[in-house]
Design a protein around this ligand. Structure first.
Ligand code: ADP
Ligand code: MG
Length: 317
């Protein structure tokens, strides 16, 4: 009898709807391969259900807070249930852009210049009086203001001059307690997916290049078919392609991402691949980047999902 796989989806994060789409597609792919599949929305009954159903593994199709930040991973370890995707530490590091960017800088991995503000720095320490220092600290406008811990470009604003900074920070801080102000990099936008092979060797899929028609790869550009042009593999020359590939693998290893990660980058006009962030539960929707990259490497959606589940089951043996 085939193993029983619980697919976790939904939950209360702002990316709930995206996760439900990812989860449904993952369920279909697993059912088609003969697995016994249990689709589970994340509710307060989750632990009771997992304890009574005893799945052989969990496929985490959650995106955003609690699904991607180490929370659900920690819980599944406590319950003794193997799960797809990176572990607790890697998840927590990747989820927190302020933290992961510090790691990149310490390791000499290019990432756009930035400063971090917490809500407490504004509310309790008067940080608002020093916003005039921001352009000097990050190398001038335009900048991107975004929540440190969020996904799908939620709460993100591109700011062209000093007058827009305070409002963009307020927006970002309405999504969480920490915001990043980061130098805007003009260039080619890439998502580079990394999947570990059977013996743990990292396999970097062809980079996907995104060219949003609006100029900004925001929520709508990410999930509305036709709003973004995708190029797989990305339109890069040979040396840049090699550098981007090497960088993705380095970042995957640095954060300790097991099994899968997707590294978002922008290749600037200077040819440098600047790493923006790492995703540990990449989207699995119709327009998502990991499945697109896998397909270009000859792995269809079913094979991709099958590989992620099989490697989780094998590692747990
Ligand atoms: N510093 C930047 N320079 C240029 N574009 C950026 C920058 N930061 C974010 N973006 C754009 O916003 C999108 C979302 O930002 P990202 O850092 O990947 O956060 P998340 O995907 O977690 O919301 C990126 O894919 C990119 O299009
Ligand atoms: Mg991203």
């Amino acid at each position: 009898m085939q193993e029983k796989i619980a697919v976790l989806m939904g939950g209360q994060s702002l990316e709930r709807d995206v996760s439900l789409i990812s989860g449904k597609r993952v369920c279909d792919a697993l059912e088609a391969q003969g697995y016994r599949v249990l689709a589970l929305d994340v509710t307060p009954d989750l632990v009771t259900t997992l304890r009574s159903e005893r799945p052989d593994a969990v496929y985490i199709a959650l995106h955003g807070k609690y699904g991607e930040d180490g929370t659900v991973q920690e819980l599944l370890e406590f319950l003794g249930i193997p799960y797809t995707g990176p572990g607790v530490t890697a998840s927590a590091l990747a989820w927190d852009k302020a933290l992961s960017k510090r790691l990149f800088r310490a390791e000499g991995i290019p990432t756009p210049a930035w400063v971090t503000f917490t809500a407490a720095a504004f509310k309790q320490m008067g940080a608002a009086t020093a916003l005039d220092l921001v352009p000097g600290a990050v190398g001038g406008f335009p900048v991107v203001v975004k929540p440190a811990k969020q996904g799908s470009a939620l709460g993100l604003t591109k700011v062209d001059g000093p007058e827009g900074l305070a409002e963009a920070l307020l927006t970002a801080l309405s999504y969480g307690d920490t915001a990043i102000v980061e130098k805007w990099i003009d260039g080619r936008e890439l998502a580079v997916s990394v999947v570990d092979g059977p013996s743990g060797e990292a396999r970097v899929f062809p980079p996907v290049e995104m060219e949003p028609k609006s100029g900004l790869f925001d929520f709508s550009a990410m999930y509305t078919p036709g709003e973004t042009d995708y190029y797989v593999p990305a339109r890069l020359d040979e040396p840049t392609m090699a550098e981007v590939t090497r960088m993705a693998e380095r970042v995957h290893r640095l954060l300790g991402c097991e099994r899968v990660s997707r590294v978002d980058m922008v290749v600037g006009g200077d040819g440098v691949p600047y790493v923006l962030e790492v995703n540990t539960s990449p989207g699995m929707t119709e327009t998502s980047l990991l499945p697109m990259a896998a397909a270009s490497a000859g792995l269809d959606f079913q094979e991709l999902v099958g590989h992620l589940v099989r490697s989780t089951l094998d590692a747990a043996r």
